[in-house]
Design a protein around this ligand. Structure first.
Ligand code: 3H9
Length: 707
């Protein structure tokens, strides 16, 4: 087995180097290697200073998260760190790339820290539902103060090396070659009076009061809604003013509590599912080069509407050259104006400098003819959702662009198979389903057909990685993964609940309390009720659905109540405000639609609203899975947590179903099936798994899911 930690003697410097690709996670073997190297160095009288560095792209991404399901093997982080801190030789950490979580905690246990100017340092544990449990909540306040430590841990976002330097987290920021700078630093240290400088012996310069805690929490109030990890973080950081060993013991108890929490299990599931979803089913990372992706440097976007312009921005943000084409002569200048205004607003909010915005705008160039597209690596068509128009554009592109370069359609409703087969090379046409706003939304659904080979999927995964989006593959079908579950499950149930007696605000509040970023009716109003109506009309050309199916939303569209953009939809938005105001007229309309269908309205509890909306989401999700539209339950969870506002800390609908227990899920679905009939028919997969006392996670690991 390759060694994950090496030790070299470089004059007075003992160089300990971590080599644990891909991210130098501090797994059991690394902890063992570190301890062993420190012991060896201590016994070597010619060594005066110890230097800890890493090979590869980054210092360390922290603890090995895959070890969290079992008790961590010895030596523990604490044992390794105590050994470093008590070492009679000064120990220096030299950081490049990233030092995250346990990686930064290791560096903080060292006596001195250097960071390359491009390095970033952070404590992302909160994003995994845990607290920094390897001394981070005790050492960080000793280095930068309790208030700043709390802010950094709550944010979960890394800081730059220069920021770390000004906070006192690192002693020196190095330019140029880090190894040279670090050896230079160590040589100076070896011949100076400065010796070991244990962080644990420092005192915390400030303490946390209620006002400080409230101010630190404020920016994350939305992100942390419904979460509990932050309470454990606060308790641990408060304990940093106690003697070090006491604080460390409190941290250890709280860390265990956080690791065992449902929130952490769910967030860790999402973390690994997001990485898994960007891989071909049945192809491990090691074998991925069997289907090598094509290089992507220049792309072309056809269709310069809001979606096409957003996609162009996504590529420009990623540093690619973009050609934008539209057959409407007014569309290109309009798009340029839109792109400019979007970037101007980013500059105004301090997210970009004007120079960077200008550079990105320059990357998007207009192309007046489709024939200009010959030297691009990928074309995405985002023209009007009309099957004949899209067929025409794709087959023209197919004749212009040399094969096997990828042709993608951004359709959300049409048959990708039919579009692909309109060209001479259906194997190179697939769906890239972006979500609005395309440059900012995290999810990219990759829609494959029966003709799509692994190479095309690999290239699509590369596109997602370039754009820093999470990719999920869906088989071509009605609504793919996300919209099918939204329309046939979640949103449909929300509409039926309206007909049965709930009000829009009741439904939205119930689901927002469950943890959704926004309730379904607010989402419809934001996106435009007309947009939903048009999409459903297109989808019905593939498959129809029986009444009642979005009768309220469609009637609102007919009435011109399109949502926020017209000031009226499910709610009123007086004077262009984004704040919702319930409208009695909408209730009357719902009553009328219910009475036309003979539905008796009644009081509906919040619990019933949540249960029905979430169970219907799970039920349709199981159908999507057994039909092979999604390859993995985890893929569905990624779609819903990254694209549809499902709370990450609940893990996604399929993970949540496992948490509830599938026999309970089935029993409740059967209950609603008896009450409401056919559309609550339980998915066969849920029945089979519940009968076998199994769950989605176990099914995923079995061969049944792959057949
Ligand atoms: C912690 O430190 C707890 C301590 O406080 C207390 C302990 C007691 N462990 O994301 P990528 C894998 S908690 C194990 O695609 P990128 C990942 O699964 C930790 N595996 O690359 C993937 O594997 P595969 C706090 C990890 O370049 C591969 O590495 N740290 C870990 O887009 C490549 O990952 C964090 O939360 C890990 N820690 O992004 C940081 N990290 O190839 C989590 C990654 O088999 N990591 N893997 O699919 C990240 O944020 C990103 O991975 C990183 C690289 C930015 C580092």
């Amino acid at each position: 087995m390759p060694k994950t930690v090496t030790f070299d003697e470089l004059g007075p410097v003992g160089l300990i180097c971590m080599h644990n690709p891909p991210v130098n996670a501090i797994s059991h073997s690394v902890r063992l290697g570190l301890l062993d190297a420190i012991e060896r160095a201590q016994e070597n009288s010619s060594i005066k200073v110890l230097l800890i560095m890493s090979g590869g792209e980054l210092f360390s991404a922290g603890a090995d998260i895959s070890e969290f399901d079992h008790p961590l093997g010895e030596p523990s982080f604490q044992q390794v760190q105590a050994r470093i801190e008590s070492c009679h030789l000064p120990v220096v950490a030299a950081i490049h790339g990233l030092a995250l979580g346990g990686g930064l905690e290791l560096a903080m246990a060292c006596h001195y820290r250097l960071a390359h100017k491009n390095a970033r340092l952070g404590m992302p544990e909160i994003t995994l539902g845990i607290i920094p449990g390897a001394g981070g909540t005790q050492r960080l306040p000793r280095l930068i103060g309790a208030r700043r430590a709390l802010e950094m841990i709550l944010s979960g976002t890394p800081v730059s090396a220069s920021d770390a330097g000004s906070k006192g987290l690192v002693d020196e920021v190095a330019e140029g070659d880090l190894r040279d700078a670090a050896l230079n630093f160590c040589n100076r240290l070896a011949y100076s009076e400065l010796g070991p400088r244990p962080t644990c012996n420092r005192t915390v310069i400030d303490s946390l009061d209620d006002a400080g805690i409230a101010a630190a929490l404020h920016p994350y109030a939305r992100a942390l809604k419904g979460r509990t990890t932050q309470d454990l973080v606060i308790e641990a950081v408060k304990a940093s003013t106690l003697p070090f060993s006491q604080g460390l013991a409190i941290e250890a108890t709280l860390a265990q509590k956080s690791l065992a929490s449902g929130e952490s299990l769910a967030l860790r599931h999402v973390f690994f599912s997001e990485r898994e979803s960007g891989k071909l089913v049945g192809v491990s990372s090691a074998n991925a080069n069997q289907a090598p992706p094509a290089a992507i440097r220049r792309v072309a976007i056809i269709g310069a509407g809001t979606m096409g312009s957003g996609i162009a921005m996504a590529f420009a943000d990623a540093g690619l050259e973009v050609l934008l084409n539209d057959n409407d002569s007014a569309a290109l200048p309009r798009s340029r104006e839109y792109v400019r205004s979007m970037y101007a607003s980013s500059v105004k909010r301090g997210r970009l400098t004007q120079d960077i915005a200008d550079e990105r705008i320059r990357r998007i160039r207009n192309a007046l003819e489709l024939a200009d597209m010959t030297d691009v690596d990928l074309v995405i068509e985002a023209v009007f959702e009309d099957i004949n128009l899209k067929k025409e554009v794709l087959s023209k592109l197919d004749s212009i662009l040399p094969s096997p370069r990828l042709l993608a359609t951004n359709t959300s409703t049409l048959s990708v198979t039919e579009l692909a087969r309109a060209t001479a090379h259906p194997e190179r046409v697939l769906g890239l389903h972006f979500f609005v706003p395309a440059h900012a939304s995290k999810l990219l659904e990759i829609v494959r057909t029966d003709d799509t080979p692994p190479e095309s999927l690999s290239t699509a995964f590369r596109v997602a990685k370039l754009l820093k989006k999470v990719a999920v593959v869906a088989r071509d079908s009605f609504g793919f993964i996300g919209n099918r579950m939204m329309l046939d499950g979640y949103f449909r149930e929300a509409e039926v609940l309206l007909l049965e007696g709930a009000t829009p605000i009741q439904v939205d509040t119930a689901l927002e309390n469950f943890g959704f970023a926004m309730g379904p009716q607010r989402v419809s109003d934001l996106g435009g009720n007309d947009v939903g109506t048009k999409a459903r009309l297109q989808l019905f050309k593939r498959e129809s659905r029986p009444d009642p199916y979005f009768v309220v939303a469609d009637r609102l569209t007919e009435m011109g109540r399109l949502g926020q953009k017209t000031g009226r939809g499910f709610y009123l938005y007086p004077n262009g405000s984004r704040e919702i105001v319930p409208d009695p007229e909408v209730i009357s309309l719902i009553e009328e639609l219910a009475s036309e269908r003979g539905i008796l309205r009644r009081e509906i509890s919040e619990q019933e609203i949540v249960e029905r909306c979430i169970l219907s989401l799970i039920n349709v999700g199981a159908m999507v899975l057994e039909e092979g539209v999604a390859a993995r339950a985890g893929d569905i969870d990624v779609v819903w947590t990254s694209g549809y506002g499902f709370p990450r800390h609940v893990g996604g609908p399929m993970f949540y179903a496992d948490t509830l227990g599938l026999s309970h899920v089935l029993q409740r679905i059967r209950h609603y099936h008896e009450r409401f009939g056919h559309y609550w028919r339980p998915a066969g997969l849920i029945e089979r798994l519940a009968d076998a006392a199994s769950n989605f996670e176990q099914w995923e690991g079995s061969s049944a899911s792959r057949s």
